[in-house]
Design a binder for this molecule. Sequence first.
Ligand code: C5P
Length: 410
Amino acid sequence: MNTFDLQGKHIVLGLTGGVACYKAAQLCRDLQREGATVQVVMTEAATHFITEVTMQALSGRPVFTSQWDARPDNNMAHIHLSREADAVLIAPCSADFIAKLAQGRADELLSLLCLARPLESTPLLLSPAMNREMWSHPATQRNLDQVAADGAVVLGVGTGDQACGETGDGRMLEPADIVTELIAHFQPKRLTGRKVLVTAGPTFEAIDPVRGITNHSSGKMGFAIARAAQEAGAEVLLIAGPVQLPTPHGVQRVDVVSAQDMMAATQQALPWATVLIATAAVADWRPASASQQKIKKDGSGEVPDLHFVENPDILKSAAQSARAQAGELYCVGFAAESQDLVANAQHKRARKGVPLLVGNIGPTAFGRDDNQLILVDAQGVTELPRASKLLLARQLVAELARRLDPLKAA
Ligand code: C5P
């Protein structure tokens, strides 16, 4: 789903030599779909892997390949390209190009414009792509440390099959992940140093091996919050009930099934966390004992005699923990209500013992990509009007960061 998060951004997309150049065509398209304009610059090596024709046709702009290109009025392509860019993104970025950047060399247009870019205002993001031996070579790792120290943002690499037939680290990230990294780069880093634990999705309480009790929670709000917290610079652990959603880029995920599983996973992670955001729709009750075998219908009309026990309250027990009481763990609860949202949210905030309770109307939120929220804390009620769940998650992160300010980042 496109969020148009790059609307109004002008990106210089630099291609250096590598088989992963074939993915740059998709990357160019994906950047545009998020609203960016793209100016492609290619090294001579890159033109051996993908043509300027392809990249011009996709980007809708002539491609630059030479510092001697006479098209700019002042004949200084390296200056005007780097001045109009909101970011320079090199993908794929070869081992050789990283070495050049590490030395500050500028003997062709792309390295020249990287060196000539205003350091403070024009970020440089590198998406490396190379053979696993080249990647792990001490020279490459040394150069990566150097370019990072000089202000470049070095994106990670993927692991898996390589064009050379070997398997290991060094594959370029997928275009969608690179776009996500770029979008995240433009988000304010409000949660740097925070360790955020998010519970999300429904739980599933088994009746027997084939049946169980669950609910309509899609997990989308919790996953959006995990993404927004990661974009804001936090380390994020997402504990997810059974949902069919992709893990947000850069987020650690633990999958669980039942409320008891979720409780155990949360308890294990809580000593690490400085923030808990409990969005999960945890089942209130579970069958007292799940049958080991499928309960059969025998035709007599008799129905199973199910007994229920209450599930542990994950949020409440976290909010009562010594770390939460000492201000080392900030707990945020969610309430999905069907009516009287403010009163119910205020009541739930008190009952759970959390400083911040976020309310939404369940039937108009479950499964949808948009939502509307109210935030209830000691100061009162703040409304976040209907918007996409990702936008609301970013607003919630901003609200959270304001409330966390007095606390020290761990
Ligand atoms: O008690 P209720 O389900 O109405 O409260 C909702 C809030 O409490 C949510 O933040 C939910 O994640 C959390 N919760 C929990 N463990 C439970 C029940 C709810 O963490 N067993």
